[in-house]
Design a protein around this ligand. Sequence first.
Ligand code: PMT
Length: 412
Amino acid sequence: MLAGRRVVLGVTGGIAAYKAVEVCRRLVDLGAHVVPVMTEDATRFVGEVTLSALASEPVQRSLWREQDPIPHTALGQQADLVVVVPATARFLGTYAAGISDGLLAATVLATRAPVVVCPAMHTEMWEHPAVQENLATLRRRGVHVVEPGSGRLAGGDVGTGRLADPVDIVAAVTARLARSGGADLAGVTVVVSAGGTREAIDPVRFITNRSSGKQGHAIADAAAARGADVVLVTTVARPVPAGATVVRVDTAAEMADAVLAAAEHADVVVMAAAVADFRPAVAAPVKLRKTDGPPQLVLEPTVDILAELGRRRRPGQVLVGFAAETGDPEERALQKLRSKGADLVVANDVAAPGSGFDGDTNAVTIYGADGRRTVVGLSSKGEVAGAVLDRVVACRAARGPDDVTPPTRSDP
Ligand code: PMT
């Protein structure tokens, strides 16, 4: 699966360093050429000999190897991907600050390959604003962060900061490599909806929401970059990917017509649009006058496009919904996942700073019908798009062509 891919495995000095050995073994089993790089502190936690024996080459630790005067640029330039397991608070700080204080730090600064970091540390350190700000900086620059889990930590404490499962780390590396390989959606038709719909009250007024279309367009861009044939149904005039079929719509009814028609030939449908749930039952044919007093608006429900897609789903088709929620979005997101027959629901807390409507960043949790959960901390909307498509690719790989999940009940 990873044959011919060159992965630099960086190991920094934390107790979770022993799990890097398992990551190394799994990557080698998948065919990757693994180049291990350890910091001096990492060697206090795991034996250099162990990693050298399991990796594809002996461990490198120093910038000053006699036979290779510039190992930091060579390692970074030749890598298809660099993964750091575990990434300590110190490593994240030096990386975010651009400080090249050793071979591993120099390698991540000198590479143009994708970089995946897997933080592990005590809860207090993980929650410290300095660490979180360094992570936010790295995410903004396109570094992929495999979030730590919760559980027992060194010394018996329990909390967030435990290194992600090696299986999940290898899945993230595999997905990232597939993405950088460029064509994991080649020949796949992906329909994406974007933007907020507008429901007319009269010829000049309408009901709408704050969606800018940025997240939906980012998904369309990312899908096109990965080789998909993209159909973008959008309410906004933003740049579109070259070669995409673009359908401009305004209302929920127009969006329903366009998406349901395109979905008949689609392998994947991603509903990132903020579709009005209700619209005025009757739009006034002429402009309402202020002198006539406040209008008495009677609203009626619109078509729930995602639920309808769930009912009409083609065999093998992957359906992705979004959930724009305030407060803890988990319960509502899981409810939407079940009730609409989607494979994935991407929950964004639209009240959290930097997340949701209009900005260039988002923070989401992707819930799968398979029970898997992917947390994507505050990142660019492009990064979120990549993470959503990684899950789409994983869904397509896991399912047979006749595997269709029907909706169980209607969304309240
Ligand atoms: O556009 P941006 O400014 O970049 O902001 C991005 C976003 C916040 C709009 C986006 O990330 C997002 O969350 N989109 C979904 C917003 C929404 O309508 O959420 P919802 O919880 O109301 O709807 C749930 C799902 O059902 C969504 O996939 C929605 O597209 C779909 N839906 C909703 C109503 C309806 N009548 N038909 C639908 O298909």
